[in-house]
Design a protein around this ligand. Sequence first.
Ligand SMILES: [Zn+2]
Ligand SMILES: [Zn+2]
Length: 332
Amino acid sequence: MEQTKKCPSCGGTMIFQPGFNNLLCQSCGHKETIPELVSKIPVNELDFLTAQNTASHDWGMEAKVVTCKQCGAETIQNKLQLSGLCPFCGSTTVEAADPAQDIMAPNGIIPFKITEKRALYIFKDWIKDRFLAPELLAQDAQLNKFYGIYVPLFTFDVLTVNRFTGHITENSRTLFKCGKFQHQIDDFPVVASKQLASDKLLLNVINDYRTSEAKPYTPDALAGFPCEHYSIGLTEAWNSLGSELNFYMKNQVHKQNETKYLKDVDMATDYFDLKYKYLIVPVWINSFFYDNKLYTIVINGQTGKIDGQWPKSFGTFAKKAAQFFLGSFGLD
Ligand SMILES: [Zn+2]
Ligand SMILES: [Zn+2]
């Protein structure tokens, strides 16, 4: 959404300063603390069943959705802002979407902690250890620009009541077992971005957020940073969790002592008191073309965890193989 905010002392543009909880004037250096980001107030858990009627649609500014014509990503911008660049593919062909589109607002935010400079350093350190990455990649000018963007993340809290059956083998006898237990799930994350969710590699980065450190939503943290509109709705996000939750709950069975060695576990789970948070979380993203193919690198803007795709060059392979060969015969 890239909120625009004017400096009270010189009228310059203020943007959010990653790593600090304040706005910084680009012209005179004036700083202003953002109260929400230093508050101790936790982000509310919201009731899932009544979400349709109770969810906030107030972004704290006039928001519009902008669609990328190349990759389809939707970002939310201030209505007054001129549409710019798509952070997912670098395309400049973006256009305003249907103005009647309803845009549910987040209730929490994890602000950027990692600066762009730090993101670049993390990337350079990472790419030099990538198998067969072309050596020139780390110096490539197009890779020296990471885009900061907030992406949508739903987290779920739910009380589960589980009934299970299975068997244990003891002294070559098979014993049938069944039982019941309760388990409270806290902040189970689902990234609500089809752009990022489609690439399983990036889930490591997304699952690395410390969601307990989220702060109440404030548009000030978006000054200078666009925000992706969720492309996976709240209900769709929850429904997508079925097999993942089943796997998670089966692991819980094995965590209990007397059922640690249970085999062929069958389970039925009932869910109660489903709550959610709609957070926007920071990523540094770089999408680049190499030999006409698009690659994406993503860095968690809170923890610095990095992942992504990279091109593999046969030239690098030949060189590494030669080095290995010479090295192992002491000819280096
Ligand atoms: Zn100023
Ligand atoms: Zn795009």
